[in-house]
Design a protein around this ligand. Structure first.
Ligand code: HEM
Ligand code: MG
Length: 231
C-alpha cells in the first residue's frame, strides 16, 4: 500500500505510543488502528523503522492483553494503565492526572528543551529527560507508580526514539526529527530523515539503554515482583 502520512480520522484508533501511531499514520499498520496482530506489528516496525522483531516481540505480546480478542489488539486499548502504559511519560500525562493517551505539548517541554545548544538529542540527554520527567511526576502525582518495571519500559522507549529517529549505534538523533516524530507522529522524510540502515535490535537498544540508565540517576519508589518475560 501507500506509505504517505495521513492524519488519523476521528474514528481511527490511536495509542499512547508514538512509534505505533506513526506506523499507522503511514499505512505500515492499518490506518484505522484496529485488529492488529503481533506479526503485523513486527513486520511494520521492520519495514518502517528497521526494528528487528527481537526488540519488540515481548512488548507486542504484552499488548495483546489490552483487550479480549485472542490474537489481535486495537491501538486505543494500549492506554490501559500499568499494562505497558506508565507514569512519567515523555509526551503524555500521568493516568491519575487525566489524559495518558494524547500528545501533550506541556509535558513534552522537558524533552524539547533537553541538550541545550546542540541540534541533537543523545543517550545523556535522554537519561536526564527521564530523570526530570520522573521528578515532575513525583512532585505532582500522589498516585505515581515507579517500580523497576516502569523504569525498564521508559528506558527502552528512550532508546527507541533515539534509534528510529537517529543513529541506532551512537544514539544521536536530530532534534528536529525527534520532535516531528512525537508531535505529528510522522516520519520526517521531507526534512531528510531516512529509515535507519543499521538494524535496531534488542542488543543495540540495550547498549543505548545502559548509557541512558547511567544518566537517569534513578531510584525506585515502589518495588515490583520479578518479571519473567521469556524462557
Ligand atoms: C510508548 C516508541 C513499539 C506500546 C512509547 C514511547 C516511545 C515509543 C518513544 C514513549 C512515549 C512517551 O514517553 O511519551 C516505539 C517505537 C516502536 C514501539 C519506535 C516500534 C517501532 C511498541 C510496541 C508496543 C508499544 C510493539 C506494544 C504493542 C507502547 C505503549 C506506550 C509506548 C503502550 C505508552 C507508554 C507510556 O509512555 O506510558 N513507544 N514503540 N510500542 N509504546 Fe511504543
Ligand atoms: Mg504514560
Amino acid at each position: 500500500g501507500s506509505h504517505e502520512w495521513i492524519a488519523p480520522t476521528a474514528t481511527d484508533a490511536r495509542s499512547p505510543c508514538p512509534g505505533l501511531n506513526t506506523l499507522a499514520n503511514h499505512g505500515y499498520l492499518p490506518r484505522d488502528g484496529r485488529n492488529i496482530s503481533v506479526p503485523m506489528i513486527l513486520d511494520a516496525a521492520l519495514e518502517g523503522f528497521n526494528v528487528d522483531p527481537d526488540g519488540l516481540i515481548v512488548a507486542a505480546k504484552f499488548g495483546l492483553l489490552s483487550g479480549n480478542a485472542p490474537t489481535t489488539l486495537d491501538l486505543d486499548a494500549l492506554v490501559l494503565h500499568s499494562l505497558i502504559e506508565h507514569d512519567a511519560s515523555i509526551s503524555r500525562g500521568d493516568f491519575a492526572l487525566g489524559d495518558n493517551l494524547h500528545f501533550n505539548e506541556t509535558i513534552f517541554t522537558t524533552l524539547m528543551n533537553a541538550n541545550p545548544g546542540a541540534d541533537n538529542y543523545n543517550t545523556t540527554s535522554a537519561g536526564q529527560v527521564m530523570h526530570d520527567r520522573l521528578a515532575i511526576s513525583l512532585a505532582t502525582n500522589p498516585s505515581i507508580t515507579n517500580t523497576p518495571k516502569e523504569f525498564a519500559l521508559r528506558t527502552i522507549e528512550s532508546a527507541l526514539y533515539l534509534s528510529v529517529m537517529g543513529n541506532p549505534l551512537t544514539g544521536i538523533a536530530p532534534k528536529e526529527f525527534v520532535q516531528i516524530f512525537f508531535r505529528e507522529e510522522r516520519m520526517p522524510i521531507e526534512e531528510g530523515w531516512t529509515r535507519p540502515t543499521t538494524s535496531i535490535t534488542r542488543a543495540s537498544l540495550n547498549a543505548l539503554g545502559a548509557v541512558i540508565i547511567a544518566n537517569a540517576n534513578w531510584t525506585a519508589t515502589q518495588e515490583c515482583e520479578a518479571l519473567v518475560l521469556g524462557p
